[in-house]
Write a protein of this length. Structure first.
Ligand code: ATP
Ligand code: MG
Length: 452
């Protein structure tokens, strides 16, 4: 295997070696190096204790929780992280070791790592220490637990999410026994803090092929545990006379995700669950027609539950909920301008692009074509309507202009006039330009007392 190490990495190895300590590069860096990828995280392990590490790199900062010394290096986005060999014992809560102690030998440290491709080390002579056939698994594109997978997932059940996530990111397969162990232990994922689960789930959604990664998440049994509402969508038929659907609700949602053009995990997630309220609103009429009346409201409730459960940030939650709530927006050539304005107000200007992405994904994921002349027309009207002001603030004149032009003092009249001008602009009676608004002001219609 051919690779070179950056000068700063070699220097770090040398600093420890020259003081008589062992030091190795470990973790994802080796995996990335061997795959010819750019390494973003440089992690090291050493037999030096944190105090000894700090003596060798006095400008390092010590993280008490993980016993890691970090050091910022110019030209590298993430600090180098140097950790004393660790051994971990007893995982009675399925999420973290009861006890961590400094190990004496590298082998102990590699043994506690999650997957074979993450459990290799490289020394200063570029020799690869590979006790678990990580190179072979890397070549065969396999994610395999180090040691007994059942035991490893029982120790720390987040590893199950990591397996699905890393497989998705690298487009690898989870080795059979490892995958079986995830299925067997899936319910243990509930022991893990939701913040950590959310991070992994978002990374799964960010994969190049989120459809494949989410499918694996489903087949592993983890979706059943974490998104039970989504599992309920599978098998819910929506094919009916005169309706275009070709998939059941669950598969339609997966197909929509597959077609989603946005790479924002929030948009992808919203696309994946936009119809999640359908199972609860399913009705089959005597004509054979299936309806899901009001499903977007039920979907919205579930979206709120999911966002809160998984501890989304306020910003992520707002966007997620809006996308689900308004995904059923009407696209109709006979729509009034005010209906379109309402759509923009509900969705928020900043979310329009994503709302349209969801609609396109929804169409494609339901077997329809990417767009229609109605949708294209709707997009044009969205642009047109946005030229009109949305509030008095968007008018091209303000209160000061009014007071100056009409030579009046501050008071409620100024507001009334602004309101009147705004309504006339919205009704397209006058144009929203400064000259036209001022000349209208001077004319009697706008200047006359308003009726209440
Ligand atoms: P990425 O940085 O892309 O997430 P990574 O493999 O570098 O991938 P990190 O979370 O940075 O993952 O962890 C660094 C290394 O620590 C891993 O390669 C693995 O050896 C080990 N590791 C991380 N989390 C666990 C875990 N839950 N159980 C066992 N080993 C772990
Ligand atoms: Mg890493």
């Amino acid at each position: 295997m051919n690779f070179t190490l950056p000068e700063a990495v070699l220097e770090t190895l040398d600093k420890f070696d020259s003081k008589g300590f062992e030091i190795y590069i470990v973790g994802g860096a080796i995996r990335d190096l061997l795959m010819g990828k750019i390494v973003s995280d440089w992690d090291f392990t050493t037999n030096a204790t944190p105090e000894q590490i700090l003596k060798i790199i006095p400008d390092g900062f010590y993280d008490n929780i993980f016993g890691t010394v970090g050091i910022t290096i110019e030209g590298f986005t993430k600090p180098f992280e140097i950790t004393t060999y660790r051994t971990e014992y007893g995982y009675s809560d399925n999420r973290r070791p009861d006890k961590v102690s400094w190990g004496k030998i590298l082998e102990e440290d590699l043994k506690r790592r999650d997957f074979t491709i993450n459990a290799m080390a490289i020394d200063k002579n570029l020799k690869i220490i590979d006790l678990y056939d990580g190179q072979k698994d890397l070549k065969n594109k396999l994610i395999r637990a180090v040691g007994d997978p059942n035991e490893r997932f029982r120790e720390d059940s987040l590893r199950m999410m990591r397996a699905v996530r890393i497989a998705g990111e690298l487009e690898f397969t989870i080795e059979e026994k490892t995958f079986e162990a995830i299925i067997n232990n899936a319910s243990l994922i509930n022991k893990i803090a939701k913040e950590r689960i959310k991070i992994e789930l978002f990374k799964i959604l960010k994969c190049n092929n989120p459809y494949k990664a989410i499918l694996q998440f489903k087949e592993s049994g983890l979706m059943e545990e974490l998104l039970p509402e989504l599992i309920k969508c599978f098998g819910v038929e929506q094919k009916s006379p005169s309706r275009h659907h070709i998939y059941d609700v669950g598969n339609h949602l997966l197909m929509a995700l597959k077609e989603c053009k946005s790479d924002d995990p929030v948009v992808r997630f919203a696309t994946l669950i936009h119809d999640i309220g359908k199972p609860q609103t399913y009705k089959k009429l005597s004509t054979g027609v299936i309806t899901f009346y009001n499903h977007e409201m039920v979907s919205t409730k579930i979206a709120i539950n999911i966002a809160d459960r998984l501890k989304f940030s306020a910003k992520e939650r707002d966007k997620f909920v809006i996308l689900v709530r308004f995904h059923q927006f009407t696209v109709d050539e006979n729509q009034t301008d005010s209906a379109i304005r309402r759509f923009i107000k509900n969705t928020g200007i900043e979310n329009i692009e994503d709302m349209l992405s969801l609609r396109v994904a929804d169409r494609l994921g339901g077997g329809a074509s990417e767009t229609s002349w109605r949708l294209e027309e709707f997009k044009k009207r969205l642009t047109e309507v946005q030229k009109q002001p949305f509030s008095i603030k968007d008018l091209k004149i303000n209160g000061t202009d009014i007071m100056k032009t009409l030579n009046i003092k501050p008071g409620p009249k100024v507001g009334e006039i602004l309101e009147k001008l705004f309504n006339e602009v919205v009704e397209k009676k006058i144009e929203n330009t400064k000259e036209i608004l001022i000349s209208n002001l001077k004319s009697c219609s706008i200047n006359s007392p308003t009726k209440t």
